[in-house]
Design a protein. Structure first.
Lengths: 196, 954
């Protein structure tokens, strides 16, 4: 029997190492991601805490994104996500009318992080949303077409710089990664290694 | 007309230290950095730049800017370049357009001899009859088509696109526009200032007045220090619903053009005014230029536009031009002051240059003044295009002799010359007030947007009231109404439409300005009416004996300035999808096929060999694109009963069932299998191409028809890498890499599903199904481990003869087995009973999608999908060949799939036929694409191979 393989990212092309660019682009597809569905106004929604369009850090450190009414993406290290979703599907302690499902989405979604003061200008080239601070502040969560691919996007600033997590269907991962590099080329984008 | 380079001008924008060499019609020329193509040529003494569209009259500089209709040239393989605007570059290859064999000896100028026959409507009237001659007419007329040449081999250039959501967009960076931008920005608003020309400043740039230059310097410095985003050489091309603006940026360093789609909260329109020509005999003769052209040539590029000039002036700009000409050493032969009711009547000279100007002296004899230059300052066109696009209808003011905005919507404001006259300070002050008003209104819009957008920062309080317009209006200076002299001349230089043409159109009954425009094509050329509209309206008004106000204007629609198709297309996004196993396929030199957005393996060199290997040994195919929907909840079986034609209530955990899905009209929508993984957990598979549509279909039923059902649907197509392991040795191969599953045929039967750990990867599931007709295991692996599992299978099966097979091999095998493909063997009219699987349809169910139509269809004889064998086993009909009755062309069906079967050594087909032909043994006639007819036979089963299904159940 073969050993358990390591997670293969959808981004398989290699990119020249770079540093110091702004914005930076990182492939963080290996991050554990779960999709939780429940009543938008039920007890699970209260427990997860993140309202639609907003994100919140859960007690264990997982990031909970209110991606749609009644739908949340929970991401972080495996242990963090496990803590956040533990017991959600069990009726104990929850209103029995709250129909909940939780699904490991790690393998289904590519995840990239774009960071830097030029990140919003770069996103303007591939997405029609308003990335200004009032309309898309830190903590904002939105679904939109990015380079013609349906994506979930969460603003999750890092080290004082605007930063955006971009999720898409895994099969589009390589295409979208390349499209983001192309969009960021004029701003001096660099590809970096990073955790989510 | 003799033009030459002047000494250094304090206002010039050229860098005389940087000389640029270029070619003009094959000859070598030079200019300076900062020159336009036209200014460089003019400085070198060139005065003919093009030939007119219809009559091929020589044309020289008219306005010396973007709108100049006479300065369209070809640069390299780029046609219709505006030489009055495009900056000179080193090694440019510039050529004239619309002249043959050369610009100076254009034989097509013979058209001018036929001028009186080539009036408006000539083409429409002349080439209608006889109809059969039209192809000939078309070929001849095509040789006279104006414009440059397009080389279809020109590589596609990079065009860019960007979105923007500024609070305020200011269109026009003259003094009022700049002040508006600065004032709005000072309040904290995000401002985008868009300037059509290469630099901000508007008319101040080519003014030689000290005060104007000082103001320009101050405005530029303030702007540079502000937060205003400035786009020069850029145009707001259109205003659409809710201030959705198209902006073309022409000078971006990374792209030939960039289209910016901006959603402005408030649009400020500040385009200034465009100087309009005056209509008189000989007004298109080289040497007749506008006052703006004279001032631009002298002050921006240091070009002396002539030697001896007559200045026809109706305003201060004409006077300023006269002063600039005098300063530049041009002899002023006469200033004909229109304010004193003096008028130009005509020019004389050759077709190539003015030699004299004839001044209308009223009752006395006309005065002839020798000159090589006539500078005309006859008034202004207010470019109200963007206001038109916002719904405003400009009104004519006879006193000021131009149109003004009337009542634009509240989120569109106007400032600068377009709304009135005044001193520079007054214009700046109005601009600043407009900027503050725009920012205040934008704040209200922003408040509303934030309040209604879930992700936005929360806002406190109620929405601010819409700021009232308390600006002090600008005045309107009196100006002579100067449109046409006592002679006729050119109105539309781009289209060669004269005032005579417009009079004739009016006489022919085109009494609407919109109709006259279309009949004559006036205002429809590259200048898009910027120079011509008011003169066109005036000519029609005069012909009809009405006022300009009564005639009104045409409606300006987008684009404000012509733009390329490349700019509209922007960046090309063509998303493609690949599976996690794709790198392996590429490494093996796979031939791919694009199926929708998916890049899929078609074959690895020899599809027939791949088929034989599956039939004899074992093969792997990457079927990741198969749609997969994760269904969870206590009401899933209700949902399945609603969506599929068959029954689902008794599907046990661990079982898989085939289902056919119909639209509400009973037409086959999709098919696939669904397995029950747990008590309330199912996995639905769909066709690859139907994955997205089925998901929408399922969600539509759940959200709109059955919102009370407790079902969660999640597309997980690419969460799993899907591998079908097919062939008689597949069980042996699977057993080598799988744990946790009893693979015994009695323990894991056909149409069952099991969870498994494969090659050490947990969280996999596999079902005993396949499309090839062989013993098959369809394995679904968490995608991040898909490649590793594929490689493990390949390693583990090397002694079993394992090999990959692609879509082509699979298609052959499914045809051998007689499996139809939705969308290939069915079409938009194929009802479920036509598939040969009528037994699947359970009309005794309470309800399901398509049931009413299928109840109706139950009593009818419908076309049927059948398996067909050509009697000549070596002939493979093309798919979609018609099945006809004997020697007639009566269509009785068609071939839907056809291949040569390596397993059977003969051609095999599926087809749709009329019901009376669907019985086994029926002889058919197939009409090949070559026209040959062949005979074929319907066989008893869909399956050409293993109709009893012994192999797949093995």
């Amino acid at each position: 029997m073969a050993d358990v393989s390591k997670f293969e990212s959808p981004v398989v092309a290699s990119y020249p190492p770079s540093s110091g660019g702004d914005p930076t682009l990182a492939d963080v597809s290996a991050t554990t991601k779960w999709l939780v569905r429940a009543d938008a106004d039920g007890p699970t929604a209260d427990q997860l805490g993140a309202a639609f369009g907003r994100s919140q850090v859960a007690a264990g450190g997982a990031l909970v994104l209110g991606s749609r009414p009644g739908e949340w993406i929970v991401l972080g290290a495996s242990v963090q996500v496990s803590m956040a979703v533990a017991g959600l599907e069990q009726p104990e302690g929850l209103d029995s009318s709250d129909f909940v499902s939780a699904l490991d989405w790690t393998h289904g979604r590519a995840l990239f992080r774009v960071t830097g003061h030029g990140a919003a200008r770069m996103l303007e080239k591939v997405c029609s949303l308003d990335w200004s601070d009032p309309m898309t502040p830190d903590g904002a969560v939105v679904s939109a077409s990015v380079a013609k691919v349906t994506c979930d996007i969460a603003r999750n600033d890092a080290d004082g710089a605007p930063s955006y997590l971009i999720f898409c269907d895994r099969s589009f991962g390589q295409y979208l990664f390349d499209a983001l590099i192309d969009a960021g080329d004029e701003f001096g984008i660099s590809v970096v290694t990073s955790t989510a | 007309m003799t033009m030459s380079r002047l000494g250094i001008q304090s206002t010039e924008v050229i860098d005389r230290a940087t000389k640029l060499r270029f070619k003009w019609n094959g000859k070598r020329f030079s200019g300076f950095e900062g020159d336009t193509i036209a200014s460089a040529l003019a400085a070198s003494g060139e005065h003919i730049f093009s030939r007119s569209m219809k009559y091929h009259r020589p044309r020289g500089i008219l306005t010396a800017d973007y709108w100049d209709p006479n300065l369209l040239v070809q640069v390299g393989d780029d046609p219709n370049v505006r030489a009055g605007h495009r900056l000179l570059e080193s090694s440019m290859d510039v050529r004239s357009q619309n002249a043959w064999p050369s610009l100076h000896r254009d034989l097509k100028a013979a058209n001018s001899l036929l001028g009186r026959f080539l009036t408006a409507g000539f083409y429409y009237k002349t080439f209608m009859r006889p109809q059969w001659l039209w192809p000939t007419y078309e070929r001849v007329l095509a040789t006279f088509a104006p414009g440059g040449k397009i080389d279809i081999d020109t590589p596609h250039r990079y065009h860019d696109k960007r979105y923007s959501h500024p609070d305020v967009v200011v269109a026009g960076a003259g003094p009022a526009g700049i002040e508006a931008a600065l004032a709005a920005s000072a309040t904290g608003a995000q401002v985008l200032l868009v300037e059509h020309q290469h630099a901000v400043g508007g008319h101040l740039r080519f003014s030689s007045g000290d005060a104007d230059q000082a103001a320009l310097t101050q405005l530029q410095a303030t702007l540079a220090a502000s937060d205003v985003e400035v786009l020069t050489d850029s145009t707001v091309t259109g205003r659409y619903e809710d201030n959705w603006l198209g902006i073309v940026q022409r000078n971006h360093p990374i792209a030939v053009e960039r289209l910016i789609k901006a959603r402005a909260k408030v649009l400020v329109v500040a385009p200034g005014l465009i100087e309009r020509p005056y209509v008189f005999e000989g007004n298109d003769r080289p040497g007749v230029i506008t006052s703006g052209a004279a001032r631009r040539l002298i002050n921006l590029w240091g070009v002396k536009p002539g030697e001896r000039a007559v200045v026809f002036s109706a305003n201060a700009d004409g006077d300023a031009a006269a002063a600039d000409l005098d300063r530049a050493g041009v002899e002023i032969a006469e200033i004909v002051d229109a304010r004193e009711r003096r008028r130009i009547s005509s020019t004389t000279g050759s077709s190539r240059a003015v030699d004299a100007v004839v001044v209308d002296a009223g009752l006395a004899s006309n005065q002839r003044i020798d000159a090589d230059l006539l500078v005309v300052a006859a008034g202004w066109t207010a470019p109200t295009s963007l206001l038109n696009m916002a719904g405003d209808r400009p009104v004519y003011d006879a006193t000021a002799a131009r149109f003004f905005p009337s009542d634009p919507p509240a989120n569109v404001l106007a400032t600068g010359g377009i709304v009135g006259d005044g001193s520079l300070d007054q214009l700046r002050s109005h601009g600043a007030a407009t900027g503050r008003l725009a920012a205040a209104r934008a704040a209200a819009v922003r408040h509303r947007l934030q309040a209604h957008t879930a992700r936005a920062l929360a806002v406190d309080g109620t929405e601010p009231a819409w700021a009232p317009d308390e600006r002090s209006p600008l005045g309107r200076d009196a100006h002579p109404e100067l449109y046409r002299s006592d002679t006729h001349g050119m109105v539309d230089y781009s289209e060669d439409v004269s005032s005579k043409d417009l009079v004739a159109a009016s006489k022919e009954g085109y009494d609407s300005v919109e109709l006259a425009k279309r009949f004559t094509t006036a205002t429809m050329g590259p200048s898009q009416g910027k120079l011509e509209t008011v003169n066109t309206v005036a000519a029609i008004a005069e012909a009809r004996g009405e006022t300009i106000a009564e005639v009104g204007t045409t409606v300006w629609r987008p684009p404000y300035a012509p733009l390329t198709l490349g700019a509209l297309a922007g960046r090309v996004f063509e998303p493609v999808r690949v599976s996690s196993i794709h790198p392996w396929h590429e490494a093996k030199g796979v031939t791919t096929i694009q199926a929708g957005q998916w890049i899929r393996p078609d074959h690895y060199g020899d599809p027939a060999a791949e088929v034989r290997n599956v039939r004899e040994n074992v093969g792997l195919i990457d079927v990741t694109p198969l749609g997969k929907l994760d269904l969870r909840g206590p009401d899933v079986s209700k949902l399945l009963n609603l969506l599929y034609v068959n029954k689902w209530s008794k599907l046990a955990v661990g079982k898989v069932r085939y289902g056919m899905m119909c639209a509400e009209d009973g037409v086959v929508l999709d098919d696939g299998v669904t397995g029950r993984l747990g008590e309330d957990h199912y996995m639905m598979s769909t066709t690859s191409s139907g994955a997205g549509g089925v998901w929408e279909w399922v969600e539509n039923w759940l959200q709109t028809e059955r919102p009370d059902w407790r079902v969660h649907v999640t597309p997980v197509t690419t969460a799993y890498a899907s591998i079908n392991i097919a062939g008689p040795k597949s069980r042996e191969l699977v057993s080598r890499v799988t744990s946790g599953v009893d693979l015994d045929p009695d323990a894991f039967r056909y149409m069952e599903v099991r969870g498994a750990t494969v090659a050490g990867v947990s969280g996999c599931f596999m079902w005993r199904i396949g499309f090839t007709g062989e013993l098959s295991f369809e394995l679904h692996v968490p995608a991040g481990h898909g490649l590793a599992v594929w490689e493990a299978l390949m390693d583990a099966g090397s002694d079993l003869g394992v090999g990959p097979f692609g879509l082509e091999g699979q298609r052959i095998m499914r045809l051998e087995k007689g499996h139809f493909i939705v969308g290939q063997d069915t079409d938009g009219l194929t009802l479920a009973p036509s598939t040969g699987m009528g037994g699947l349809i359970k009309l005794d169910k309470d309800d399901f999608a398509g049931k009413p139509e299928l109840v109706w269809a139950a009593d009818r004889r419908l076309p049927q999908i059948v398996a067909i064998q050509p009697d000549n086993p070596n002939i493979v009909p093309d798919e979609a060949c018609q099945i006809v009755r004997g020697d007639s062309n009566e269509i009785l069906g068609r071939i839907t799939s056809a291949r040569f079967s390596p397993t059977l050594g003969r051609s095999i087909c599926l087809g749709q036929v009329e019901p009376e032909l669907a019985t086994g043994g029926t002889k058919l006639t197939v009409l090949l694409t070559s026209g040959e007819r062949i005979s074929a036979t319907v066989i008893d089963h869909h399956a050409h191979f293993d109709p009893a299904g012994e192999r797949l159940r093995g």
